[in-house]
Design a protein around this ligand. Structure first.
Ligand code: ZN
Length: 286
């Protein structure tokens, strides 16, 4: 491991190339995760409902969807997508955003997610250099990208990601990578409780559900990575991010469309992860 770190600290260009290419491929995989996870969850819920409501009837066997099965096809003509049509970014540009068989347009979001994953990953390398902080930081970044888009699409923050993220944060910080183990544990607890309290007060006053448990779990996970001291900044930043994105999307949104808070927490958390210390220094003068 130390050889690996030494080699890349001396060859930063090699590190940028490696992370650049790797993160494009990860971005391509994240597209699958973002698209399929909500569908997989829905399939599981349907089966659970059926088992509870009609335990005596045999399960309706629909084809089980996983991240790797079935292979990707064009959503319009169902032609299988070949490996050379699945090269991140390049294939989309080469096909000019159209399916080769039926010429239906392929959403520009796929290459954009790949590009975004690459840019965010490279920023992590810029900030942390060839260190363990960078390596774990990449994992955090990738999970946050998946969560942001899934919540944006479906208003869901799946436990499988928020709880994994929290577990990873606690595990990483048990070796005092970003904060001490004690801080990580308190970050987790305070992160969960502070949004829960806001939620509960909001519910008492308005009798409406303002946010979901997924939001608490996400903030708890970020607390486990960065400790409790970073939480006020994350909450503050998330309202700034929310205001900016809210203004951009205001015209596109329909009335009463459900509101996802998770993406703002995730983006704010990521900014705080990379530059939180500098932001705090500038504004708190310490
Ligand atoms: Zn097609």
């Amino acid at each position: 491991m130390s050889d690996f770190i030494r080699y890349f600290s001396e060859n930063l260009t090699a590190l940028y190339c490696l992370v650049g290419i790797l993160s494009l491929c990860i971005g391509s995989f994240l597209n699958v995760v973002i698209f399929r996870t909500p569908k997989m969850m829905e399939q599981e819920w349907k089966q659970e409902c059926q088992m509870i409501l009609h335990p005596d009837q045999p399960l309706i066997e629909s084809e089980k969807l996983t991240l790797s099965y079935p292979a990707s096809t064009c959503p319009h003509c169902h032609t299988p997508i070949r490996w050379y049509q699945n090269i991140p970014l390049i294939s989309w540009l080469f096909l000019r955003g159209k399916c080769q068989s039926c010429k239906a347009s392929i959403s520009s979001r796929y290459p954009l997610v790949e590009l975004l994953t690459m840019l965010c990953s490279l920023l992590v390398v810029v900030v942390f250099g060839a260190t363990l902080h960078m390596l774990f930081g990449l994992v955090l970044t990738w999970i946050l990208i998946a969560l942001t888009f899934i919540d944006f699409d479906t208003q869901l923050l799946p436990d499988r990601f928020t709880l994994t993220l929290a577990g990873l944060g606690l595990a990483v910080n048990s070796f005092t990578i970003y904060v001490s183990p004690t801080q990580a544990i308190w970050g987790y607890i305070v992160g969960f409780l502070c949004l829960w309290i806001v939620y509960y007060i909001f519910k008492l006053i308005t009798k409406k559900e303002g946010m979901g448990y997924g939001d608490f779990k996400l903030l708890a996970a970020l607390g486990a990575w960065m400790g409790p001291m970073m939480l006020p900044l994350i909450v503050l930043l998330s309202s700034c991010v929310g205001a900016i994105i809210g203004i951009i999307l205001l015209r596109k949104r329909q009335e009463n469309q459900p509101f996802a808070f998770g993406p703002y927490i995730a983006i704010a958390g990521w900014i705080a992860f990379l530059w939180g210390d500098q932001i705090m220094k500038v504004y708190l003068g310490g």
